[in-house]
Design a protein around this ligand. Structure first.
Ligand code: AMP
Length: 145
């Protein structure tokens, strides 16, 4: 998928936003949905998506929608840090297939990091157990300010 293709209204995150397939939600409001990555690259890997924009990548997103997504990313990262006590974390965002993107609805990854725990590869991590993700999501949500 190039940087300049039409938005696919049936992409997996669009289907999650429409309630057509389940996700393990951390929190949501009118502008954003925050949910657990089902193939986590580390424990507590969270995704932040816009509910209002159909931007596929950073080139396309409206400034107002981007501001909402970035603030949601900051707010969630603070909760992840309090809940899971990582030693660091990464904010990742991929653009275009050649840029490593696999789902073409703009999103930011929050990937907690610990010095002694190698990060699993993007697109190569095993699927997580839903109950384990639910427990992590609840711990993160409990720390939201
Ligand atoms: P990207 O490669 O940046 O487009 O990231 C897409 C992310 O979505 C990957 O980290 C996948 O593990 C994750 N993912 C794919 N399908 C699902 C799903 N049904 N629920 C949650 N995360 C998903």
């Amino acid at each position: 998928m190039t940087l300049h293709a039409p938005y696919d209204p049936d992409n997996i995150f669009a289907r999650i936003l429409k309630g057509q397939i389940p996700s393990v939600k951390v929190w949501e409001d009118a502008d954003v949905l925050v949910f657990m990555d089902v193939f986590p690259q580390s424990e507590g890997h969270v995704l932040v998506v816009s509910k209002t924009s159909t931007a596929r990548n950073l080139l396309e997103i409206e400034p107002e929608a981007l501001a909402k997504v970035m603030e949601a990313t900051r707010r969630t990262a603070r909760a992840v840090e309090k809940a899971l006590k990582p030693e660091g974390f990464q904010i990742l965002q991929f653009n275009g297939e050649a840029g490593g993107q696999t789902v073409f609805h703009l999103h930011f990854h929050i990937v907690p990091r610990w010095a002694d725990r190698p990060m699993k590869g993007h697109g190569h991590a095993p699927m997580a157990d839903t109950e384990a993700l639910r427990a992590l999501a609840d711990r993160i949500a409990a720390e939201l300010e």
